[in-house]
Write a protein that binds this ligand. Structure first.
Ligand code: SAH
Length: 449
């Protein structure tokens, strides 16, 4: 893909996101005549309505401007005194404090607890096609400047709030871009963003994977299909010299877990002669790095048959020794117990489960899940063994995750040291004003010998 190097326009620093918790009406971009009364999901917030004839805008309650002054990009329904005019979902509105001072331009969504997401904190900035060109160009330029393409042709090009584009995710797999939309504002500007991406990146295909569960909860229709160009039969990412097939139409997320790139590479450097257990292996990312790193054996487990099938094919495509690999399609919670009962032992275990807690409300239940698998993993590790353990739950903080893992070690009766604190790769930046962007955290622990 020939990316046009356009100089980034000097927009003010922007926001970051991860968790698309909004709910809104199923309105198409540009479909301004749609009433936003239909499709309102149950439990939608009660937003006080102001004068219908006044200039559309959001007025905050007294004292509720503080997070915006810190440049956090979300406006929750509870902070709103009233919404004037008769705005539709996806409209850009001025947000003002109780005294009427301008705070931000934000995309409105009456059906979401996050009633508005900020596009810009600058009153003079116009939210139009040029705005999106600028933000997209900035995101692309940052990745170029950080030289992120040197090890992989797969990369997150746009990381939503953290790149100043709330609700917009764009992942690159070679010549193919996959777009995922999770906010009413991004939905409104979907075609404009696709045009800009086509112009700036010249991909053979832009594929839309706007079909995550959170979108359905939010009342947005699910969409999965080609937006521009033609989807090639085989989409592949080459990461640190390893080839992975990417199922952009039906795979998880946008097809691949780009965020674990650097952590997979680290695993490869520590796997020599190790007996490895890779739990939640998906299409074999950590497994292939471990095998290439000289692992004695790798047992990989995932509940998805299709993922395991692609994983085995990836192994073959990379010419790695399949006699050292074993694939199991199973529930990890159950499989770990079976391995424990069989008295199996490993030198290196990877736990990279799906998101147990999308928000803090799920934290307690998620904590039990994390403790369970980490405790079992500690019991399966030999003295001196390594545990790579991750959480991609927005609702579990780094601190809480470490406490959960500490509790698991204690209950398993092992002493362990943290030897690495891990996060998502640099193509998933985290805006300082938006700590929610730091969803992925990992620890590498060494069990005392
Ligand atoms: N480590 C992988 C990404 C893992 S994503 C990589 O680097 O590519 C999480 C995986 O967990 C998904 O593949 C999903 O199919 C799997 N999964 C979810 N629940 C599971 C369960 N209970 N048992 C086994 N696998 C599960």
């Amino acid at each position: 893909m020939t990316r046009q190097k356009s100089s980034p326009t000097p927009h003010p620093p922007s926001q970051g996101n991860r968790d698309f918790r909004t709910r809104r009406s199923g309105q198409s971009p540009g479909d301004k005549n749609n009433s936003n009364q239909k499709n309102t999901p149950r439990g939608a917030p009660q937003i006080p309505v102001g004068s219908a004839t006044a200039q559309p805008g959001i007025l905050l309650k007294a004292g509720r401007e503080k997070s915006l002054l810190r440049r956090h990009p979300w406006i929750f329904s509870g902070a709103i005194e009233r919404v004037d005019g008769a705005p539709l979902s996806g409209d850009t509105l001025a947000v003002r404090d109780a005294a009427g001072n301008f705070l931000a331009w934000a995309a409105y969504n009456p059906d979401s607890q996050i009633t508005a997401r900020v596009w810009s904190f600058s009153e003079t900035e116009k939210i139009d096609a040029e705005f999106f060109r600028g933000r997209i160009a900035n995101a692309l330029a940052a990745r170029d400047e950080l030289n992120l393409a040197r090890n992989s042709n797969g990369m997150r090009l746009i990381h939503a709030e953290s790149d100043g584009l709330p609700g917009l995710i764009v992942d690159q797999y070679g010549d193919v871009l996959v777009m995922q939309i999770g906010s009413a504002g991004a939905e409104r500007w979907r075609d404009c963003c696709a045009d800009m991406l086509q112009e700036l990146c010249n991909p053979v295909c832009i594929y839309e994977r706007s079909d995550s569960d959170s979108r359905a909860l939010e009342g947005l229709e699910l969409r999965n299909g080609v937006l521009r160009g033609t989807l090639p039969d085989n989409v592949e990412v080459v990461e640190n010299g390893l080839r992975f097939r990417v199922d952009v139409a039906a795979g998880q997320k946008t097809g691949f877990y780009l965020d674990q790139r650097d952590n997979r590479a680290l695993t490869g450097t520590l796997a020599l002669d190790a007996e490895v257990l890779n739990c939640f292996c998906y299409t074999g990312g950590f497994s292939l790095y471990a095998l290439r790193g000289g692992a004695k054996s790798v047992l990989s487990i995932d509940a998805s048959e299709e993922a395991v099938r692609i994983a085995a094919a990836n192994l073959a495509n990379n010419g790695l020794d399949s006699s050292r690999a074993e694939w199991q399609c199973a529930d990890v919670f159950q499989a770990l117990r079976t391995l424990r009962d069989q008295n199996r032992k490993f030198d290196l275990i990877i736990l990279d489960p799906p998101k147990f807690a999308p928000t803090a409300a799920f934290a307690e239940k998620a904590a039990r899940g994390y403790k369970d698998i980490n405790l079992l993993a500690f019991k399966l590790l030999r003295a001196g063994g390594l545990l790579f353990t991750y959480s991609c739950s927005g609702g579990i903080s780094e601190d809480l995750f470490q406490k959960i893992v500490a509790g698991a070690a204690l209950d398993a009766g092992v002493n362990a040291q943290i030897v690495h604190h891990l996060h998502a790769s640099a193509d998933h930046p985290v805006l300082l004003s938006f700590p929610e962007g730091a969803y992925l955290k990992g620890l590498v622990l060494r069990v005392a010998s």
